[in-house]
Design a protein around this ligand. Sequence first.
Ligand code: URP
Ligand code: ZN
Ligand code: ZN
Length: 470
Amino acid sequence: MNTQPDYDLLIRHGNVVLPGDVRRVDVGVRDGKIAALAPELPGTARRTIDASRKLVFPGFIDAHTHMGIPIKDTRSADDFASGSVAAAFGGVTTILDFTVQQPGQSPRAALEERIALAQGNSHVDFGVHVNITHRPLDHLDDIPALIAEGFNSFKLFSTYREAGMMSTWPEVRAVMATVAAHDGVVLLHAESNEIVERETERYVNSGSTTAICHARSRPPEAEAEAIRDAGALARDTGVRLYIVHLSSRAGLEAGLAARAQGADIFLETCPQYLVLDESRYEEPGGYFYITTPALRTRADGEALWEALAAGEIDVVGTDHCPFTREQKESAAGVFHLTPNGMPGVETLFPLLYTYGVAEGRMDAGRLVQVLAANPARIFGIDGRKGALIVDHDADITIWDPVAETTVEAPRLHGNADWSPYEGMRIAGRLAYTILRGQILVEGDNFTGEQVYGELLRAPATGASSVRTEP
Ligand code: URP
Ligand code: ZN
Ligand code: ZN
């Protein structure tokens, strides 16, 4: 007699957020994949989870993290081990990180280095965007082979000249043309370096170095101008362009105008631009909030929320780049010397659920688009990630929307010993995070010590340019 159970895991009676629908179905998991989705699934399972009164989501994707990267003579405080545990406690089962290309190093060598750091350390699945920050024109020939091997996204910076990371617009154009010819995606950190350098120098020379000068020296117009320039190049070259960490209404309008003029442009914003504003810089310790681009006004945040709900912004990623209190304090509050970046991966979904779904700004289906389906599609991993459908990886996040909690830094799991969101209300509590059928987090417990993430590659057909409306 065959005594094998039908499923390894059966999730019963949850409200499951499916593409386009929330339905009361059971989820059967076998061999790391979703094997069945149906009401009252018949059959037996090795383990059953009762998800009554809970929401069942596809595992979330954070398309923008920086684990252990060098910034201003220090390194962001999470490595792949600590950052991925934080991710798991936030319901994130896939992170897309970035290479760090050293001067004289090829993008491929930097990619191999980053993969080696993540492999056997990350407890969630991971992909890697390829930064091209040094001598882009010398490395154009590497791009086709990297795309053929499944690394289809290339990141450029229109600023950070002083850190040696900036590409000129002719260099951006050349990379875009090559990436477009091979069906990849260009990501861009879009700020006008000219404006940023001029304004930074002006504040520093006048002896104004407090945290608010960070926002004043990197104004929304710096973002808008760079997006306008990049949008024109995207239209000319036909590349798929993904603007990272959009922060302002002016930047949004520039992005939408470029799209209307025919650029194939995706927009990503981050929780910090949705739920925080620049008044934080005026608080004692305001320099803790120094991140690039800077925090903006409440009106900017509201414009971003509206664009998210309307389907104009495609993705919410975090730009997770944490520094400890000690690191943040190392420059005694001087804005341009403070390491820039903040933690975010663990609070991504809880904040978006609370201030988006629970407060009525978007529905759960839209949240799944921007935190799972869209990043999966844009970066070409939608054959296995981003939706609860049969044969996809069984990456599942189960959320109890009834429990009220608050963000408290000591209860978070990354290496930053503070949170920008301290004390903020959260409409619910994480119940389970499941990666390819393996339980990573159960309530307050991490059960994934022996579970390691897989490297994700995009099939050579590349990413999809089809944008979805909400
Ligand atoms: O200030 C930030 N965001 N640090 C991380 C690097 C970047 O620009 O994304
Ligand atoms: Zn950036
Ligand atoms: Zn970033």
